[in-house]
Ligand binder design. Sequence first.
Ligand SMILES: Cc1cc2nc3c(=O)[nH]c(=O)nc-3n(C[C@H](O)[C@H](O)[C@H](O)COP(=O)(O)O)c2cc1C
Length: 223
Amino acid sequence: MELHDVMRTTFAAREFADEPVSDSVLRRILENARFAPSGGNRQGWRVIVVRDAAKRDALGPLIEPTCRRYLAEVKAGANPWNTVSPARIDQEALDAVVFPPRFVERLTHAPVVLLITVDLSVVASMDQHLARVGVISGASIYPFAWNILLAARNEGLGGTLTTFVAAKEPDVKALFHIPDHHAVAAMLPIGKPVKQLTRLRRNPVNAFATVDTFDGDSLAGGQ
Ligand SMILES: Cc1cc2nc3c(=O)[nH]c(=O)nc-3n(C[C@H](O)[C@H](O)[C@H](O)COP(=O)(O)O)c2cc1C
């Protein structure tokens, strides 16, 4: 596929055809994804290819409470799981959440599930002393995760970068024998999407690019 097509059409696929993803296809995806950048080129990623049915079943209950809070906060009009304006959600609102059908299962029971972890003992976290939530550490792992999804798209496959598993990281680590110094960065369900989206909803460049200062003029050169 042409690069711009891949960039503009790699959507969050969450419904998959009942077709397996072979090890050889996965290997080809990872073979290309491994050229992602990471701080100091430390390449602290690990990929766990989850095929075992019991382990997938176990992932569901780990993800569910995080999804529940997410949906409750969305319903309350909040930006879910936000640290700048944390939502105040009570137990009643959590209990009232009705999950759309197969909301969790379609992710945990995708044709294949990849767990992505990053070795924090090699990650440079330049923002660690700032009084805000850290973002820099993720920059050493999410380009790799995104490369996997781009490479999957190139194979006619799709997937979603999900982070629901992170809230229950200790349990996920125990289930998959992940060492302490690794963080669980993402769970990627991957398979053949039941339909291919080609028009993604994204803000135009003028909505986010300014010159010289945050409140500067919009970048010129548009139509
Ligand atoms: C950091 C990050 C975390 C995400 N976490 C989840 C998640 O936990 N569950 C999920 O279903 N989608 C998750 N997504 C997918 C986003 O919802 C999706 O990329 C976005 O809505 C755009 O979808 P589209 O490409 O289909 O337009 C996540 C995406 C990113 C980049």
